[in-house]
Design a protein around this ligand. Structure first.
Ligand SMILES: [Zn+2]
Length: 261
């Protein structure tokens, strides 16, 4: 199809609005504040933010990155998140076009982003995010037809079960909680979205990245072994890698197997 370039600015704006929503979500969800609970307020002076300063990107620029009431700096993270979310919607559109796959993978991308932020900040993955992912993943598998429903179902079970085993064995071996239940549930959600084959590739990429980063941090800081590393950002990066390079990787791997076996 021929991409209509005039639609890109509109997609970017829509993406930044989603980003602004994710900002609020990742702030409110771990604090048990309802998403319906009024307007956002400054985290420093608690003054409600007027709607025209809440407009994504523009609001940050007009206030020059400071609260209009108390002048306290607003974290640059809000701006970065809004811009990234805007670019994500465009990248997905350029890759998938106006398709259900675009909707599905955009949704997955935003969900994983929200999970990674909360897991990074609080070392938890809220049940509400996992449950939303599970329900929508199964729904997409039912209505979209790109992926067999049985593959989504088996993928979900395989993800949750294999991570549960890692948790049980790891906890017994290290005599402390080896992996959060949130990670087990997240592996199930990823299995639903990816199916069995891509799930295996995604988990492989995630642990590969975790190993590389773990070594780099251990070299830099010897205390790293005592620090808890949130798993969700790695699982999310592994998922993106699997969606981009999973199928060629699986083919390559199977070829090696045939040559040597
Ligand atoms: Zn303020």
């Amino acid at each position: 199809m021929t991409a209509d370039w005039t639609v890109l600015p509109a997609l970017f704006v829509a993406g930044t609005i989603i980003g602004s929503f994710i900002s609020a979500l990742t702030y409110r969800l771990p604090r048990n504040i309802s998403m319906w609970h009024g307007r956002s307020s400054c985290t420093h002076c608690r003054q409600p933010i007027p709607w025209f300063y809440n407009i994504p990107v523009w609001g940050y620029a007009v206030q020059k990155g400071r609260c209009s009431s108390c002048g306290h700096p607003i974290s640059i993270r809000y701006l970065v998140l809004e811009v990234v979310c805007g670019l994500m919607l465009i990248a997905g559109f350029l890759h998938f076009g106006f398709t259900m796959a675009w909707v599905k993978y955009s949704f997955l991308g935003y969900l994983l982003l929200a999970m990674s932020i909360v897991d990074h900040d609080y070392k938890i993955i809220p049940n509400k995010l996992n449950l939303t992912g599970l329900i929508l993943g199964l729904t997409f598998a039912l209505v979209q037809g790109e992926q067999a429903f049985s593959d989504a179902f088996v993928g979900g079970l395989a993800g949750a079960f294999s991570f549960l085993m890692i948790r049980v064995v790891g906890t017994a071996a290290f005599k402390k909680e080896a992996m959060g239940l949130g990670d087990v549930k997240l592996a199930g959600v990823l299995g639903v979205f990816l199916g069995v084959q891509l799930l295996i590739a995604g988990v492989f990429f995630a642990f590969l990245l975790l190993t590389v980063v773990g070594w780099a941090r251990a070299l830099k800081d010897r205390r790293v072994g005592h620090r808890e590393i949130p798993l969700a950002p790695y699982l999310c990066a592994g998922t993106v890698a699997a969606l981009i390079a999973g199928h060629p990787f699986i083919e390559w791997y199977l070829q090696q197997f045939h040559v040597h076996g």
